[in-house]
Ligand binder design. Structure first.
Ligand code: SF4
Length: 225
């Protein structure tokens, strides 16, 4: 099991703009430009990016079931599809930390809806940056042989993999070690956290799904990749 602490992200000056313009469906007006600039430093100062991940050997995939040599089991048509042909999987959890949730809640309680939307867009974009950073680290470790490659990543709660499977992922990778826990609805606390799986194996055997969105019916989703 490996943990990454004090992660330094390469943050663009206009972090959050692309996501906001997607949400708004238009270019930002002057007041929003000012708020984006003002809130960006507040959000960036509040993050404490951390990650934890671990490697597991896949015993077999049978129908919707993925059996690990650790005696753990995933159940879902899409996670089994993505891990079919993989020899190993790396399970991960990453987070921006508690402070982000706190400052967004404070803004929301203060009744500033626009500022809350902007801070949510900035921190969602920061979480995506952290995901790319952690993904690169994981792929470097997961590709154990020359002819190996990695699958796309998939997370509990995504289409046709129930959120309840979070409890299995958190049993296999201890999120508490980076301050992440599950609430009664299997949602992660802090809220700005992500968990998931990458599969690894011979390039000609592993699943070729490009990205989770390709398996998802939500055509008009603003997060669609
Ligand atoms: S389309 Fe949206 S909901 Fe579906 S997997 Fe992609 S980001 Fe997630």
């Amino acid at each position: 099991m490996e943990t990454l602490d004090n992660i330094k992200l390469d943050i663009p000056l206009d972090i959050g703009r692309d996501f906001l313009e997607k949400v708004m469906g238009a270019a930002l007006n002057a007041p929003m430009e000012r708020l984006l600039e003002e809130k960006a430093s507040k959000c960036i100062d509040s993050i404490a990016p951390k990650a934890i991940f671990d490697r597991f050997e896949i015993e077999k995939v049978d129908g919707d079931l993925v059996y690990f040599t650790s005696a753990d089991l995933f159940n879902g048509p899409h996670i089994s599809k993505i891990l079919t042909g993989s020899k190993t999987a790396i399970l991960y959890i990453y987070t921006l930390g508690n402070n982000v949730d706190r400052i967004i809640n404070e803004e929301s309680l203060a009744g500033d809806t626009l500022a809350t939307i902007i801070m949510d867009a900035i921190t969602t974009s920061l979480l995506e940056l952290l995901g790319d950073f952690v993904g690169e680290k994981i792929k470097k470790q997961g590709i154990e042989e020359q002819n190996w490659s990695s699958t796309c990543t998939y997370s509990p709660g995504q289409y046709k993999w129930t959120i309840e499977e979070q409890k299995i992922l958190f049993k296999m990778v201890d999120g508490k070690r980076i301050g992440v826990e599950l609430n009664q609805s299997y949602l992660m606390v802090p809220f700005k956290s992500v968990s998931g799986v990458y599969g690894f194996g011979p390039e000609d055997r592993i699943d070729k799904t490009r990205v989770a969105c390709d398996l998802c019916p939500r055509e008009n989703c603003i997060g669609r990749r």
